[in-house]
Design a protein around this ligand. Structure first.
Ligand code: NDP
Length: 341
């Protein structure tokens, strides 16, 4: 049973060598019948998420999830097939999604963090992204907070990533003028030509982000969906319009910092422009899943939303895929396919 384990707590930028792919753990592919309430899963798809990096550090003040333990497998959102069960609510052959160890097979003794997948007419891997955390985060941030109106000016960073490319399409559907930033020409081309953004730019090629944003938004930004924080957030603030909104979703530019060197200096514009900034996490809104599914399933089934996955094949490629998030290697949702069924 191959596992991706954390080797040691990480300081600074994560490396593949901070993890180890071990095949020492043995597993019996049948559950003992005298152990009620357990399930045995074959893990199919694992989600790579930036917040997993936070759990690779020793728990720090303010951290909202426990750290991974060195020598133990990483844990993230996954999709699995049940191959044995002594639990009354789950049966062999069911598919489940939820917190999953980064390993090929798992014995789950208390499956409270797993939910049964009811719709299998879409690719199962979608439950790691558009039908899982990324989709819900995009939905909650956009529909619960942004209050977008037709014709408003909308900007999203890390726009070609899992959340970004969905949020941009939500904003287009709401009638906004949408611009995204991303870290390569290939990503910029996709944003404009596949995901329907009005404009996009490669932030790595821009020397003065404040001036760049002024160029793309001569009349200012109404809504900024922030996935990166840091310098981009600082450049956005003076470009915001009166009564603008900032959905503070993530700050990936800060997660690997040992010291904070690119501070946000322009906060006074929150007052000048009477801005609203909301930091949110999708898991405060889990009750909205049914509403979200009512919206997203028809869009997927009718081909009205583009969804892109970047799939690493094999659990042994998991560490590189996870580290790749911080190098901008992924285009769309980064998934690790452990097995295809
Ligand atoms: P992505 O698929 O967007 O992957 C990360 C991307 O971020 C990379 O591809 C890269 O794209 C960009 N990036 C990496 N390092 C930097 C950097 N130093 N500066 C600027 N951009 C960088 O990930 P997700 O869509 O899953 O997550 C997006 C954000 O949302 C993250 O900040 C994450 O932590 C947050 N999040 C928040 C949740 C919530 O409930 N609030 C839930 C889930 C995620 P590029 O080539 O453009 O640089």
């Amino acid at each position: 049973n191959k596992q991706v384990q954390l080797k040691n707590y990480v300081d600074g930028f994560p490396k593949e060598s901070d993890m180890v792919v071990s095949s020492d753990a043995t597993i019996n592919l049948e559950l003992p019948k005298n152990e009620p309430g357990a399930i045995l899963t074959k893990n199919l798809y694992l989600s790579c998420d930036p917040m997993m990096r936070n759990r690779m550090s020793k728990k720090y003040e303010g951290a909202y999830m426990d750290s991974f333990a060195p020598g133990s497998p990483l844990v993230g959102v996954g999709v699995s097939k049940i191959i044995d069960s002594t639990h009354p609510d789950f049966k062999k052959g069911d598919y489940v999604t939820g917190f999953t160890n980064w390993e090929e097979y798992s014995v789950v003794r208390d499956p409270q963090f797993l939910t049964k997948i009811h719709h299998t007419d879409v690719p199962l891997s979608y439950y790691t992204g558009i039908l899982g955390m990324a989709g819900m985060t995009a939905y909650v941030g956009f529909y619960e907070f942004c209050a977008a109106k037709k014709g408003e000016y909308f900007f999203v960073s890390a726009a070609s990533g899992a959340i970004g490319h969905l949020v941009g399409q939500f904003a287009k559907r709401a009638g906004c003028y949408v611009v995204g930033s991303a870290g390569s020409k290939e990503k910029v081309d996709l944003l404009k030509n596949k995901f329907g953004f009005d404009e996009a730019f490669n932030y790595k090629e821009e020397e003065n982000l404040k001036a760049t944003l002024k160029r793309y938004f001569p009349d200012g930004i109404d809504i900024y969906f922030d996935n990166v924080g840091g310098k981009m957030l600082d450049a956005v603030l003076p470009n915001m319009r009166l009564h603008g909104r900032i959905a503070s979703c993530g700050m990936i530019s800060q997660y690997n910092k040992l010291d904070q060197t690119d501070g946000v200096y322009n906060l006074q514009h929150v007052i000048f422009n009477r801005l609203k900034i909301l930091g949110f996490t999708f898991y405060d809104y889990l009750h909205l899943y049914p509403k979200f599914y009512d919206m997203i399933f028809p869009l997927i089934r009718e081909g009205k939303i583009e969804y892109l996955e970047d799939t690493a094949e094999g659990i042994e490629n998991g560490p590189a895929a996870l580290v790749g998030l911080f190098l901008g290697k992924n285009i769309g949702k980064q998934v690790v396919a452990v097995a295809h069924d």
